[in-house]
Ligand binder design. Structure first.
Ligand code: PEP
Length: 237
């Protein structure tokens, strides 16, 4: 089953989220049996983005590293689960770059997801500078180091999102995507319950060859997920 995740980032009002849900529902009818869909809106939009028929699940874009307490402005993994989320994006490159998240804090966030029963979608990926310096593989090792061994082998999603491809219109080639995902799968070979996504300027026009790349279980989609029509087109592809 392919997994296609919409990351809306900080976009949409509740009315727009409801319109998206109506349109996506129309576009996929009874659902797409071979594809699992997830919509990850901002927290205030969770209810508006929910599908009463369960054709897509809800995710959130971040969780707090703590469980409860005096952490003004934070939302816990337990709260997100209580609000209906099944998945949580953790370590998106925008959170790493703009909010200084890395290593130990991400380890805690994944642990909080586990406590709350959320499936983490853990994002990794090299910057252009790291890529040009031949540091892509070393970046994967460093970033994956934040994932602690999981004796219970619970479901884990890792999204490979090269930073230079996010929101830039520059997509990784299927060859680059495949070799990165194969390498990530090798680094995580102890995990049986692992799905690997690609993210970075995926559109209805470029998604097919990327889906054919080795080890690609689906996509994490930013810009093209804001329109129900293009999100549905990618899911159908
Ligand atoms: C993202 O932000 O996770 C992403 C992949 O964005 P875009 O599809 O717009 O590159």
């Amino acid at each position: 089953m392919k997994l296609i995740v919409a990351n809306w980032k900080m976009h949409k009002t509740r009315a727009e989220a409801r319109a998206f849900a109506d349109e996506l529902g129309h576009a996929i009818g009874d659902g797409i049996p071979v594809v699992e869909l997830v919509v990850a809106p901002a927290y205030p939009l969770l209810d508006a983005a929910r599908d009463g028929r369960g054709r897509w699940a809800l995710g959130c874009q971040n969780v707090a590293s703590e469980t409860e307490g005096a952490f003004t402005g934070e939302v816990s993994a337990g709260m997100a689960a209580d609000a209906g989320c099944t998945y949580a994006i953790v370590g998106h490159s925008e959170r790493r770059r703009l909010f200084g998240e890395d290593g130990p804090v991400l380890t805690k966030k994944v642990a909080r997801c586990r406590d709350a029963g959320l499936v983490p979608i853990f994002c990794i990926g090299e910057t252009e500078k790291e890529r040009d310096a031949g540091l892509t593989a070393a970046t994967f090792v460093r970033q994956l180091d934040a994932l602690e061994p999981d004796p219970h082998d619970r479901p884990l999603v890792v999204a490979y999102e090269p930073v230079w491809a996010i929101g830039s219109g520059r997509t990784a080639t299927p060859e680059d995507c495949g070799s990165a995902l194969v390498h990530i799968a090798e680094l995580l070979s102890a995990r049986r319950n692992l799905r690997l996504l690609y993210g970075g300027s995926v559109t209805p026009d470029n998604c097919r060859p990327l889906l054919g790349a080795p080890r690609t279980d689906g996509f994490l989609i930013g810009g093209a997920s804001l329109s129900a029509e293009s999100f549905a087109a990618i899911a159908r592809a």
